[in-house]
Design a protein around this ligand. Structure first.
Ligand code: ZN
Length: 217
């Protein structure tokens, strides 16, 4: 058994090894501390409604069939034909000419919650970050261009976060996209500088999308 990372030598000698292992796994999840991990474990083994089994089966299915959407990078489930296209890319009521570029899936979810975005998305997965050695060639620009070509995109909203890396990425993309005949806009300020879109409230995010401004003209 791996040693418990959460300073619970006591737990290791009191609980079965298997449960200690589960506790250790829960404690590795973001935002889950030792106490919460312990609460989860005790709940799962004590209650009788079958949540433990259902959770285990569902986790296996998710691990096997859920991954990035092949068009936008949002999360999607693999279909019978082996394709992975997310519900937003499949939704024909969405405006295909409007594409919102975000850093992470969390940002996409935050913007969706605001209800202000009627187009589709493109998830970059990373931002320019010279300090972390992430240069322009690490960004999925060819995939973004291909997506724009395939869907006839006419406006790209750059919704990278208002941090140093997020602004640098937006400026870089605006320059790259300036070579194409598309409108390039940046979400308005209002989201605090250095802040995470994920933690901005829905009204602020909705206003930031509605109040977007053209870049580079
Ligand atoms: Zn998608």
């Amino acid at each position: 058994m791996l040693p418990l990372a959460v300073g619970t030598i006591l737990v290791r000698h009191v609980l079965p090894d298997r449960l200690s292992r589960l506790l250790q796994l829960f404690a590795r999840l973001p935002g889950v501390g030792e106490k919460t991990a312990q609460r989860y474990c005790l709940y799962l083994v004590s209650e009788t409604s079958g949540v433990a089994r259902e959770l285990g089966e569902e986790l296996l299915r998710v691990a096997d069939s859920v991954g990035p959407c092949e068009r936008c990078g949002n999360l999607a489930e693999t279909d019978d034909a082996g394709h992975r296209v997310c519900p937003i890319c499949k939704d024909h009521r969405r405006d295909a000419h409007l594409l919102c570029v975000v850093h992470r899936v969390q940002d996409l979810l935050a913007i969706e919650k605001s209800g202000a975005m009627r187009g589709r998305y493109f998830v970059l997965g990373r931002l320019l970050s010279p300090l972390d050695g992430i240069g322009p060639e690490e960004l999925p620009v060819p995939a973004l261009f291909e997506r724009m070509r395939a869907e006839g995109v006419t406006e790209v909203i750059l919704a990278t976060p208002p941090s140093v890396d997020g602004e640098a990425t937006a400026l870089f993309l605006a320059r790259e996209l300036g070579r194409l005949s598309v409108r390039v806009t940046r979400i308005a300020s209002g989201v605090p500088h250095g802040g995470d879109l994920e933690f901005a409230d829905q009204i602020t995010l909705g206003r930031a999308i509605d109040g977007r401004r053209s870049m580079g003209d």
